[in-house]
Write a protein that binds this ligand. Structure first.
Ligand SMILES: [Zn+2]
Length: 199
């Protein structure tokens, strides 16, 4: 334990995901010791981000207005929707440059242990987006782990309807991992080799 404010900083940093006690300590001491580092910018951005950043009304991706930059882009193909768990998966798929359609961010995956069922995810919004028949293909790109598989199975059953192709990413992604950790080549291949879900 350090005294007062330094320990408070370490505790606060440690509350962030992915920051263990050692990293929190390292960051705290960097801020304290490095004279050239100006923490003002960080505090400004932190204060602004909550205020400015919204979630896209259409797809649930991170946005600074009503719609995210992808939904606003007229060059994107509106007949294909790729369903992902989190906004960070959108970034991972965009990096592959394999996909030109739109996205739908669920906000997580079905996980009974964590008390997350279909109602906690943006599934109703997805079904609504399919109502007018514009969308002819849904690509399910949930994480290659237990929760992601459960979500994909649930969705592929739910979305069965005439005129809609439902496909899933090809296998080959590291099992048990997060989509965001797959390298671009592997993820790109999984996209190209996506297979239609058999009913
Ligand atoms: Zn959007």
């Amino acid at each position: 334990m350090y005294e007062g404010i330094v320990q408070e900083l370490i505790d606060e940093l440690g509350r962030l995901p992915g920051v263990g006690p050692k990293s929190a300590q390292r960051i705290a001491f960097h801020i304290v010791q490095t004279e050239s580092y100006d923490p003002t910018r960080l505090s400004e951005v932190l204060a602004e981000v909550r205020d400015k950043v919204r979630f896209c009304q259409q797809c649930g991706n991170v946005a600074e207005g009503e719609l995210c930059s992808i939904c606003r882009d007229p060059r994107r193909v509106p007949s294909v929707i790729c369903v992902v768990e989190e906004a960070k998966d959108v970034v991972a798929i965009e990096r592959t440059r394999e996909f030109r359609g739109l996205y739908h961010v669920l906000g997580g995956a079905i996980s009974p242990i964590d008390g997350i069922g279909p109602d906690q995810l943006r599934i109703t919004q997805l079904v609504q987006r399919l109502a007018d028949g514009t969308v002819t293909e849904v690509i399910i790109a949930t994480d290659p782990n237990l929760e992601g598989e459960a979500t994909a199975t649930y969705l592929s059953r739910l979305l069965i309807q005439p005129g809609l192709r439902v496909s899933r990413l090809a296998s080959g992604l590291p099992v048990g991992g997060d989509l965001e950790y797959a390298d671009e080549v592997t993820l790109g291949r999984a996209f190209e080799g996506r297979r239609v879900v058999e009913h």
